[in-house]
Design a binder for this molecule. Sequence first.
Ligand SMILES: CC(C)(COP(=O)(O)OP(=O)(O)OC[C@H]1O[C@@H](n2cnc3c(N)ncnc32)[C@H](O)[C@@H]1OP(=O)(O)O)[C@@H](O)C(=O)NCCC(=O)NCCS
Length: 336
Amino acid sequence: MGGPALRPGRDADAAGFMALIAACWAEYPGCVMDRAEVPELDTLATYAAGRGGAVWAAEAEGRVVGMVCAWPAAEGAWELAKMYVAQPWRGTGLAHALAAAAEDFAGTHGAARIVLWSDTRFDRAHRFYEGRSYVRAGAIRALGDRSNSIEFGYAKPLGESVVQTLDAAAAASAEVPLARVLVACVDAGASVSFFAPLAMAPARAFWRETARAVARGERVLIAAWHGGTLVGTVQLAFAAPQNQPHRADLAKMLVRPEARRRGIGAALLAAAEQAARDAGRTLLVLDTQTGGAGERLYRAGGWTEVGCVPDYARFADGSPCDTTFFFKRLAGAAPP
Ligand SMILES: CC(C)(COP(=O)(O)OP(=O)(O)OC[C@H]1O[C@@H](n2cnc3c(N)ncnc32)[C@H](O)[C@@H]1OP(=O)(O)O)[C@@H](O)C(=O)NCCC(=O)NCCS
């Protein structure tokens, strides 16, 4: 199915927008379209322009089959809003084209971040946003409307090489893009716990368990976005023994192959070291494939090489992999 062309939305699309939104809401129990609660739909193009943003429509055979809005929100963020695609057009790429148009427009108008709200019942939408590297952000909000809407907040940074720590909710919602990063790195040969080819199910299970460890306060999980896509990650695992309250392990430093050599690994490393300082952990330890890009990254980052253990692990193809151990005492930290 060839996708319908996108065009700027018009005030005259009001009936089409309303019919589309009403049909989408009717798919979920208790969701009702009350025109009085959305007066902006009468003149949506004027409303969006008045907020400094825009609306897009996708039209097929004279009917509006998709829509999205974007307008400035607080603190350098832009909001993506009223994102709907008619059922026959789902899974065709139309939703991605709409979201990309809104994100690109926001980016060219200086947005540092995109934020959005999505009803807690709209599980398909959550999977869509999470697939586009949005993560759960902030508190849930209740609208007090006829549909009793309770909404999750989602956000993602735009720009190049932006690094952020994920709390437990964000970590859980980032399971798919994090799994994609892990799969891409393993399939490219990285020696990081798994053999290639790595399927999405075990990769997702790994990140689900990581999110639980974040929720328990045992790990810090950091992600990196580039051009609105989650492309890298690293973790800090706090040492558990009573006599090592000052130590943490750096683990699962991963950057998608096509995003490497842009400083993303270095940015993740700096963020992990700062997270360690913030948590009062002053001695960091890691191990990495001998002769790999990670080894060069850690040397460039001022880590001290301890030595190499031959055949310590296996490469993604099963062949033996030597492993080099590094440590770093964080600047200003007193020896234990
Ligand atoms: C290791 C890895 C995370 C590096 O990510 P990256 O985003 O490419 O790293 P950066 O671009 O920030 O590199 C920072 C510095 O590290 C060094 N470096 C990183 N990759 C290098 C490479 N392939 N060759 C030479 N130096 C390299 C360089 O000094 C580089 O600075 P420069 O580009 O100005 O010369 C990435 O290669 C990766 O995901 N590898 C597979 C997984 C892995 O082995 N992880 C380590 C597990 S412990």
